[in-house]
Design a protein around this ligand. Structure first.
Ligand SMILES: Cc1ncc(COP(=O)(O)O)c(C=O)c1O
Length: 367
Protein backbone atom coordinates (compact mmCIF):
# COMPACT_ATOMS: atom_id res chain seq x y z
CA UNK A 1 0.00 0.00 0.00
CA UNK A 2 1.29 3.46 -0.87
CA UNK A 3 2.29 5.46 2.14
CA UNK A 4 0.10 8.43 2.98
CA UNK A 5 1.64 11.81 2.19
CA UNK A 6 0.12 14.43 4.48
CA UNK A 7 -1.25 17.37 2.49
CA UNK A 8 0.18 19.67 5.13
CA UNK A 9 3.65 18.65 3.94
CA UNK A 10 2.96 20.52 0.68
CA UNK A 11 2.36 23.75 2.53
CA UNK A 12 4.67 26.29 4.16
CA UNK A 13 4.86 26.70 7.94
CA UNK A 14 1.91 28.67 9.22
CA UNK A 15 3.45 32.17 9.12
CA UNK A 16 1.76 33.61 12.20
CA UNK A 17 3.51 31.00 14.36
CA UNK A 18 6.82 32.69 13.49
CA UNK A 19 5.96 35.90 15.35
CA UNK A 20 4.93 34.17 18.59
CA UNK A 21 7.85 35.66 20.54
CA UNK A 22 7.10 39.19 19.31
CA UNK A 23 3.51 38.63 20.38
CA UNK A 24 4.59 37.51 23.85
CA UNK A 25 6.79 40.61 24.14
CA UNK A 26 3.94 42.91 23.05
CA UNK A 27 1.58 41.21 25.50
CA UNK A 28 3.98 41.96 28.35
CA UNK A 29 3.61 45.74 27.84
CA UNK A 30 2.12 47.34 30.95
CA UNK A 31 -0.65 48.95 28.92
CA UNK A 32 -1.50 45.66 27.21
CA UNK A 33 -0.98 44.60 23.63
CA UNK A 34 -2.24 46.59 20.66
CA UNK A 35 -2.65 43.87 18.10
CA UNK A 36 -2.38 45.30 14.58
CA UNK A 37 -1.13 42.09 13.00
CA UNK A 38 -4.09 40.03 11.75
CA UNK A 39 -6.70 42.26 10.11
CA UNK A 40 -9.60 40.93 12.13
CA UNK A 41 -12.67 43.15 12.64
CA UNK A 42 -13.36 44.34 16.20
CA UNK A 43 -16.52 46.44 15.84
CA UNK A 44 -19.87 44.80 16.55
CA UNK A 45 -22.03 43.26 13.86
CA UNK A 46 -24.85 45.66 12.94
CA UNK A 47 -28.20 44.78 14.64
CA UNK A 48 -29.91 44.66 11.26
CA UNK A 49 -27.62 41.81 10.22
CA UNK A 50 -27.91 40.01 13.55
CA UNK A 51 -31.70 40.19 13.39
CA UNK A 52 -31.69 38.63 9.92
CA UNK A 53 -29.43 35.84 11.20
CA UNK A 54 -31.65 35.21 14.23
CA UNK A 55 -34.88 35.27 12.20
CA UNK A 56 -33.53 32.49 9.96
CA UNK A 57 -32.21 30.35 12.80
CA UNK A 58 -35.31 28.14 13.11
CA UNK A 59 -34.95 26.72 9.57
CA UNK A 60 -33.94 23.03 9.77
CA UNK A 61 -33.32 22.02 6.16
CA UNK A 62 -30.13 22.00 4.07
CA UNK A 63 -29.27 25.33 2.46
CA UNK A 64 -28.93 25.67 -1.31
CA UNK A 65 -25.28 25.70 -2.43
CA UNK A 66 -26.25 28.29 -5.03
CA UNK A 67 -27.68 30.56 -2.32
CA UNK A 68 -31.20 31.88 -1.99
CA UNK A 69 -32.65 33.94 -4.86
CA UNK A 70 -32.89 36.86 -2.37
CA UNK A 71 -29.18 36.66 -1.60
CA UNK A 72 -28.15 36.47 -5.24
CA UNK A 73 -30.38 39.43 -6.11
CA UNK A 74 -28.94 41.37 -3.15
CA UNK A 75 -25.43 40.71 -4.52
CA UNK A 76 -26.36 41.96 -7.99
CA UNK A 77 -28.09 45.06 -6.60
CA UNK A 78 -25.25 45.92 -4.22
CA UNK A 79 -22.57 45.58 -6.91
CA UNK A 80 -24.57 47.89 -9.17
CA UNK A 81 -25.30 50.41 -6.41
CA UNK A 82 -21.91 50.46 -4.74
CA UNK A 83 -19.56 49.95 -7.69
CA UNK A 84 -21.59 50.63 -10.84
CA UNK A 85 -21.15 47.08 -12.13
CA UNK A 86 -23.79 46.18 -14.71
CA UNK A 87 -24.73 43.00 -16.53
CA UNK A 88 -24.54 40.38 -13.77
CA UNK A 89 -27.27 37.79 -13.88
CA UNK A 90 -28.22 36.49 -10.40
CA UNK A 91 -27.61 32.94 -11.64
CA UNK A 92 -23.91 33.86 -11.99
CA UNK A 93 -23.58 34.54 -8.25
CA UNK A 94 -22.32 31.91 -5.85
CA UNK A 95 -21.98 32.36 -2.07
CA UNK A 96 -18.83 30.98 -0.43
CA UNK A 97 -17.88 30.08 3.15
CA UNK A 98 -15.66 33.13 3.44
CA UNK A 99 -13.43 33.93 0.49
CA UNK A 100 -10.33 32.32 2.02
CA UNK A 101 -12.06 28.99 1.52
CA UNK A 102 -12.79 29.75 -2.14
CA UNK A 103 -9.27 31.04 -2.81
CA UNK A 104 -7.61 28.03 -1.20
CA UNK A 105 -9.67 25.63 -3.34
CA UNK A 106 -10.11 27.65 -6.55
CA UNK A 107 -7.30 26.00 -8.54
CA UNK A 108 -8.70 22.59 -7.59
CA UNK A 109 -12.28 23.60 -8.37
CA UNK A 110 -11.16 24.92 -11.77
CA UNK A 111 -9.39 21.64 -12.53
CA UNK A 112 -5.80 22.91 -12.41
CA UNK A 113 -2.96 20.48 -11.79
CA UNK A 114 0.79 20.06 -11.94
CA UNK A 115 1.05 21.35 -15.52
CA UNK A 116 -0.65 24.62 -14.74
CA UNK A 117 0.81 27.96 -13.80
CA UNK A 118 -0.85 30.34 -11.34
CA UNK A 119 0.26 33.99 -11.41
CA UNK A 120 -0.05 35.85 -8.11
CA UNK A 121 0.99 39.38 -7.11
CA UNK A 122 4.63 39.87 -6.04
CA UNK A 123 3.36 40.79 -2.59
CA UNK A 124 0.27 38.75 -1.99
CA UNK A 125 -2.30 37.38 0.41
CA UNK A 126 -0.68 33.99 1.20
CA UNK A 127 -3.73 31.88 0.33
CA UNK A 128 -3.25 32.41 -3.44
CA UNK A 129 -0.05 30.40 -3.19
CA UNK A 130 -1.62 27.85 -0.83
CA UNK A 131 -4.37 27.12 -3.40
CA UNK A 132 -1.76 26.51 -6.09
CA UNK A 133 0.33 24.28 -3.79
CA UNK A 134 -2.74 22.18 -2.98
CA UNK A 135 -2.98 21.21 -6.67
CA UNK A 136 0.78 21.01 -7.21
CA UNK A 137 0.56 23.88 -9.71
CA UNK A 138 3.49 26.19 -10.46
CA UNK A 139 3.46 29.70 -9.00
CA UNK A 140 4.85 32.86 -10.54
CA UNK A 141 4.91 36.15 -8.64
CA UNK A 142 4.37 38.94 -11.14
CA UNK A 143 2.83 42.40 -10.91
CA UNK A 144 3.35 43.21 -14.58
CA UNK A 145 2.81 41.35 -17.81
CA UNK A 146 6.46 41.73 -18.83
CA UNK A 147 7.40 39.67 -15.80
CA UNK A 148 4.99 36.95 -16.96
CA UNK A 149 6.77 37.04 -20.35
CA UNK A 150 6.13 34.07 -22.62
CA UNK A 151 4.70 31.94 -19.78
CA UNK A 152 1.27 30.46 -20.31
CA UNK A 153 -0.71 30.80 -17.08
CA UNK A 154 -4.03 29.08 -16.43
CA UNK A 155 -5.05 31.40 -13.61
CA UNK A 156 -4.04 34.99 -12.88
CA UNK A 157 -4.82 36.63 -9.55
CA UNK A 158 -5.18 40.36 -9.16
CA UNK A 159 -5.92 42.03 -5.83
CA UNK A 160 -6.82 45.70 -5.96
CA UNK A 161 -6.84 47.30 -3.42
CA UNK A 162 -4.03 45.04 -2.32
CA UNK A 163 -3.40 43.21 0.87
CA UNK A 164 -0.71 43.94 2.11
CA UNK A 165 0.32 47.09 0.24
CA UNK A 166 -2.96 48.97 -0.21
CA UNK A 167 -1.99 49.58 -3.82
CA UNK A 168 -4.81 50.27 -6.27
CA UNK A 169 -4.56 49.14 -9.90
CA UNK A 170 -5.99 51.52 -12.47
CA UNK A 171 -8.48 50.76 -15.24
CA UNK A 172 -5.72 50.57 -17.88
CA UNK A 173 -3.65 48.10 -15.89
CA UNK A 174 -6.62 45.82 -15.22
CA UNK A 175 -7.81 46.03 -18.83
CA UNK A 176 -4.37 44.92 -20.05
CA UNK A 177 -4.48 41.96 -17.67
CA UNK A 178 -7.90 40.98 -19.04
CA UNK A 179 -6.71 41.29 -22.66
CA UNK A 180 -3.58 39.28 -21.93
CA UNK A 181 -5.56 36.56 -20.12
CA UNK A 182 -8.01 36.30 -22.99
CA UNK A 183 -5.19 35.95 -25.52
CA UNK A 184 -3.69 33.09 -23.51
CA UNK A 185 -6.91 31.43 -22.34
CA UNK A 186 -6.30 32.15 -18.65
CA UNK A 187 -8.93 32.80 -16.01
CA UNK A 188 -8.56 36.08 -14.09
CA UNK A 189 -9.59 35.89 -10.45
CA UNK A 190 -9.89 39.36 -8.99
CA UNK A 191 -9.88 39.41 -5.20
CA UNK A 192 -11.99 42.48 -4.37
CA UNK A 193 -12.04 42.10 -0.60
CA UNK A 194 -11.14 45.80 -0.07
CA UNK A 195 -12.97 47.39 -3.01
CA UNK A 196 -15.33 49.22 -0.64
CA UNK A 197 -12.48 50.59 1.51
CA UNK A 198 -10.72 53.26 -0.53
CA UNK A 199 -9.17 56.47 0.84
CA UNK A 200 -6.90 58.27 -1.63
CA UNK A 201 -7.73 56.46 -4.87
CA UNK A 202 -10.72 54.99 -6.69
CA UNK A 203 -10.65 51.24 -7.17
CA UNK A 204 -12.57 49.42 -9.88
CA UNK A 205 -13.82 45.87 -10.22
CA UNK A 206 -12.55 43.51 -12.88
CA UNK A 207 -16.21 43.36 -13.96
CA UNK A 208 -16.37 47.13 -14.51
CA UNK A 209 -17.33 47.76 -18.12
CA UNK A 210 -14.20 49.89 -18.67
CA UNK A 211 -12.09 46.88 -17.72
CA UNK A 212 -14.11 43.93 -19.03
CA UNK A 213 -15.54 45.63 -22.12
CA UNK A 214 -18.93 44.45 -20.85
CA UNK A 215 -17.96 40.81 -21.36
CA UNK A 216 -17.36 38.73 -18.20
CA UNK A 217 -15.96 35.70 -20.01
CA UNK A 218 -12.99 34.26 -18.14
CA UNK A 219 -13.39 36.68 -15.23
CA UNK A 220 -14.22 35.99 -11.60
CA UNK A 221 -14.70 38.69 -8.96
CA UNK A 222 -14.30 37.48 -5.38
CA UNK A 223 -15.99 39.54 -2.66
CA UNK A 224 -15.85 39.18 1.10
CA UNK A 225 -18.25 40.63 3.65
CA UNK A 226 -15.72 40.11 6.45
CA UNK A 227 -14.21 43.59 6.41
CA UNK A 228 -16.88 45.87 4.94
CA UNK A 229 -19.71 44.44 7.09
CA UNK A 230 -17.67 43.09 10.05
CA UNK A 231 -18.77 39.55 9.21
CA UNK A 232 -15.48 37.64 9.50
CA UNK A 233 -16.98 35.38 12.16
CA UNK A 234 -20.00 34.49 9.99
CA UNK A 235 -17.79 33.32 7.05
CA UNK A 236 -19.54 35.20 4.28
CA UNK A 237 -18.41 35.94 0.74
CA UNK A 238 -19.34 35.33 -2.85
CA UNK A 239 -17.90 34.92 -6.31
CA UNK A 240 -19.43 36.19 -9.52
CA UNK A 241 -18.49 36.89 -13.12
CA UNK A 242 -18.35 34.47 -16.04
CA UNK A 243 -21.67 32.53 -15.93
CA UNK A 244 -20.09 29.37 -17.36
CA UNK A 245 -17.25 29.36 -14.81
CA UNK A 246 -19.63 30.05 -11.94
CA UNK A 247 -21.92 27.23 -13.12
CA UNK A 248 -18.94 24.90 -13.12
CA UNK A 249 -17.86 25.97 -9.64
CA UNK A 250 -21.43 25.47 -8.44
CA UNK A 251 -21.55 21.96 -9.82
CA UNK A 252 -18.40 20.90 -7.98
CA UNK A 253 -19.33 22.69 -4.77
CA UNK A 254 -22.73 20.98 -4.73
CA UNK A 255 -21.00 17.60 -4.78
CA UNK A 256 -18.46 18.65 -2.19
CA UNK A 257 -20.93 20.14 0.31
CA UNK A 258 -19.40 23.60 0.13
CA UNK A 259 -22.54 25.45 1.15
CA UNK A 260 -23.08 28.58 3.19
CA UNK A 261 -25.39 28.04 6.21
CA UNK A 262 -28.90 29.35 5.58
CA UNK A 263 -28.95 31.85 8.49
CA UNK A 264 -25.67 33.28 7.20
CA UNK A 265 -27.17 33.62 3.73
CA UNK A 266 -30.02 35.63 5.25
CA UNK A 267 -27.57 37.79 7.17
CA UNK A 268 -25.54 38.38 4.01
CA UNK A 269 -28.62 39.50 2.08
CA UNK A 270 -29.48 41.96 4.86
CA UNK A 271 -25.91 43.29 4.90
CA UNK A 272 -25.79 43.70 1.14
CA UNK A 273 -29.14 45.50 1.09
CA UNK A 274 -27.92 48.07 3.63
CA UNK A 275 -25.26 50.62 2.69
CA UNK A 276 -25.55 52.61 5.89
CA UNK A 277 -23.72 50.25 8.25
CA UNK A 278 -21.02 49.87 5.63
CA UNK A 279 -20.53 53.63 5.34
CA UNK A 280 -20.34 53.90 9.16
CA UNK A 281 -17.72 51.21 9.32
CA UNK A 282 -15.67 52.84 6.57
CA UNK A 283 -15.77 56.10 8.54
CA UNK A 284 -14.47 54.35 11.67
CA UNK A 285 -11.53 53.02 9.68
CA UNK A 286 -10.88 56.39 8.07
CA UNK A 287 -10.46 58.02 11.49
CA UNK A 288 -8.22 55.23 12.77
CA UNK A 289 -6.13 55.39 9.62
CA UNK A 290 -5.57 59.15 10.01
CA UNK A 291 -4.48 58.74 13.64
CA UNK A 292 -2.22 55.78 12.99
CA UNK A 293 -0.66 57.09 9.78
CA UNK A 294 0.36 60.35 11.50
CA UNK A 295 1.88 58.45 14.43
CA UNK A 296 3.73 55.96 12.22
CA UNK A 297 5.19 58.77 10.09
CA UNK A 298 6.05 60.71 13.24
CA UNK A 299 8.06 57.71 14.41
CA UNK A 300 10.23 57.96 11.31
CA UNK A 301 8.54 55.49 8.96
CA UNK A 302 7.61 55.95 5.34
CA UNK A 303 4.21 54.65 4.32
CA UNK A 304 4.16 53.25 0.78
CA UNK A 305 1.00 52.82 -1.31
CA UNK A 306 -1.75 52.29 1.31
CA UNK A 307 -4.16 54.44 -0.69
CA UNK A 308 -6.90 51.92 0.06
CA UNK A 309 -7.62 48.86 2.16
CA UNK A 310 -7.16 48.16 5.83
CA UNK A 311 -3.39 48.32 6.23
CA UNK A 312 -0.46 50.71 6.35
CA UNK A 313 2.54 49.35 4.43
CA UNK A 314 5.41 50.95 6.32
CA UNK A 315 9.19 50.88 6.23
CA UNK A 316 12.15 52.52 7.93
CA UNK A 317 14.61 50.76 5.64
CA UNK A 318 15.45 48.04 8.19
CA UNK A 319 14.58 44.35 8.04
CA UNK A 320 10.93 43.58 8.67
CA UNK A 321 11.61 41.18 11.56
CA UNK A 322 13.68 43.83 13.36
CA UNK A 323 10.86 46.29 12.85
CA UNK A 324 8.32 43.80 14.20
CA UNK A 325 10.48 43.59 17.34
CA UNK A 326 10.76 47.38 17.51
CA UNK A 327 6.97 47.67 17.55
CA UNK A 328 6.63 44.74 19.98
CA UNK A 329 8.88 46.57 22.48
CA UNK A 330 6.21 49.27 22.47
CA UNK A 331 3.46 46.71 22.99
CA UNK A 332 2.31 46.84 19.35
CA UNK A 333 2.14 43.72 17.19
CA UNK A 334 2.45 44.17 13.42
CA UNK A 335 3.00 41.68 10.61
CA UNK A 336 6.39 41.32 8.91
CA UNK A 337 6.27 42.13 5.20
CA UNK A 338 8.04 38.90 4.30
CA UNK A 339 4.79 37.02 5.08
CA UNK A 340 3.53 38.31 1.75
CA UNK A 341 6.51 37.63 -0.49
CA UNK A 342 10.30 38.01 -0.68
CA UNK A 343 9.97 41.67 -1.74
CA UNK A 344 8.34 42.51 1.59
CA UNK A 345 11.50 42.05 3.65
CA UNK A 346 11.89 45.72 4.55
CA UNK A 347 8.25 46.53 5.31
CA UNK A 348 5.71 45.79 8.00
CA UNK A 349 1.96 45.65 7.58
CA UNK A 350 0.01 47.59 10.18
CA UNK A 351 -3.70 46.82 10.37
CA UNK A 352 -6.34 49.46 11.11
CA UNK A 353 -8.54 46.83 12.76
CA UNK A 354 -8.41 47.81 16.42
CA UNK A 355 -10.76 49.80 18.62
CA UNK A 356 -10.42 53.59 18.81
CA UNK A 357 -9.01 53.15 22.31
CA UNK A 358 -6.30 50.71 21.14
CA UNK A 359 -5.43 52.86 18.12
CA UNK A 360 -5.05 55.87 20.44
CA UNK A 361 -2.82 53.77 22.74
CA UNK A 362 -0.64 52.76 19.77
CA UNK A 363 -0.35 56.38 18.63
CA UNK A 364 0.66 57.41 22.16
CA UNK A 365 3.36 54.77 22.35
CA UNK A 366 4.78 55.80 18.98
CA UNK A 367 5.07 59.44 20.05
C1 LIG B 1 -6.88 39.92 0.13
C2 LIG B 1 -7.75 39.06 0.94
N1 LIG B 1 -8.52 38.16 0.34
C3 LIG B 1 -9.32 37.34 1.03
C4 LIG B 1 -9.38 37.40 2.40
C5 LIG B 1 -10.23 36.40 3.13
O1 LIG B 1 -11.34 36.94 3.69
P1 LIG B 1 -12.53 36.03 4.20
O2 LIG B 1 -12.14 34.60 4.13
O3 LIG B 1 -12.79 36.48 5.57
O4 LIG B 1 -13.66 36.33 3.24
C6 LIG B 1 -8.60 38.32 3.08
C7 LIG B 1 -8.62 38.37 4.54
O5 LIG B 1 -7.92 39.05 5.19
C8 LIG B 1 -7.77 39.17 2.32
O6 LIG B 1 -6.98 40.07 2.92
Amino acid sequence: MARRRPVSSLLPDFPWDTIASAKALAESHKGGIVNLSVGTPVDPVDPLIRDALAAASQVPGYPATHGTPELRQAVVDSLTRRFGIAGIDPSAVLPVIGTKELIAWLPRLLGLGADDLVVIPELAYPTYEVGALLTGSQVLRADGLTRVGPADPSLIYVNSPSNPTGRVLGVDHLRKVVEFARERGAVVASDECYLGLTWDADAVSILDERVSGGDHTGLLAVHSLSKTSNLASYRAGFVTGDPALVADLLEVRKHAGMMVPFPVQSAMAAALNSDEHEAQQRERYRVRRDTLAAAVRGAGFTIDHSEAGLYLWATNGKGSRDTVDWFAQRGILVAPGDFYGPDGGKHVRIALTATDERIAAAADRLR
